[in-house]
Design a protein around this ligand. Sequence first.
Ligand code: FMN
Length: 347
Amino acid sequence: MPQGASRRGGDARYRASVRLSVAPMMDWTDSHCRVSHRLLAPNARLYTEMVHANAVVLGDRARLLAMDPVEHPVALQLGGSEPALLAQAARIGADHGFDEINLNVGCPSDRVQAGRFGACLMREPALVADSVAAMAAACDVPVTVKCRLGVDDDHEYARFLAFVDTVAAAGCRDFIVHARNAWLKGLSPKENREVPPLRYDWAYALKRERPALTVVVNGGIADADEASAHLDHVDGAMLGRAAYHDPWLLHRLDAAWYGGAVSTRADVLRAMRPYVERQLARGAQLKHISRHWLGLFQGERGGRAFRQVLSEGAHRPGADWSLVEQAIAVTAARPSEAASTPVQSPR
Ligand SMILES: Cc1cc2nc3c(=O)[nH]c(=O)nc-3n(C[C@H](O)[C@H](O)[C@H](O)COP(=O)(O)O)c2cc1C
């Protein structure tokens, strides 16, 4: 299907969500995490953990594609490099209700390299283009790519631009650029998020030179000022670790960039109660939900005690909402806490 207004991605709320997104993170951005982030940042775009296309097609979809309706706009990130399989998985994801299907061209792990997907695909633009074309033909939502600048000793901007041009010609209009290379030998995935130098200027140049493309910058964005500064150059900022470890940052950015009211940490957390109780009634354990909140009161009075009450208590059998109230009670949430450090609105 051609890209355009008939796609579900033509929706205004989805389009506006490009400014602020939370990165796909394995073992972290599960559905419980995304629901928490949604309550903190009503306008942000959320991403699942990477799921291999093969698992989507053959695996336990109820578990792998678990998603709560409150999560929209939410993208499913796929891994893989077989166009037909990716197309099938993209169709399943779109039918499942995801607003976007994103292809992972950034993961450097040995396992992923052995499977010939992730970051090593930076060296195979034609295969990525074929994959994107097959996925876009199979589903009615935008197909996007999250990539690196290159791999190993790729240091030519022209090579990165040629990669993007090849993939864009196949129907991808949206690129999330983790603005550093992936070093495929000798670095762990964790080191690959820290050691190769950041070059935001490549993402900026891409937006300047290809203004019709949507460019989102990712990598090392540590605070609200840095995030806001990127919006002078590109369409959006994607935050990973900073958003996870300091989820209140998401709330402040969302309020500043989209004009919502600033709430309190305790109020946002209490808004999770119906979701938590529904999940507990279905057999979920509190620890699997509350693990995503441990950084919520980071830097606040009582923040450490909040973390301790939750992390120790949530493991006990039968832990329920009363534990969350106990954790909130040890904090000194103040209504004005976020207002004291306003985030600049982007120009
Ligand atoms: C625990 C963890 C898991 C990650 N898993 C994925 C993943 O599944 N797919 C992906 O594209 N990137 C993944 N990443 C990379 C992030 O999406 C992001 O590109 C990277 O952390 C840089 O952004 P940041 O500096 O804001 O964290 C992961 C990062 C972390 C910390």
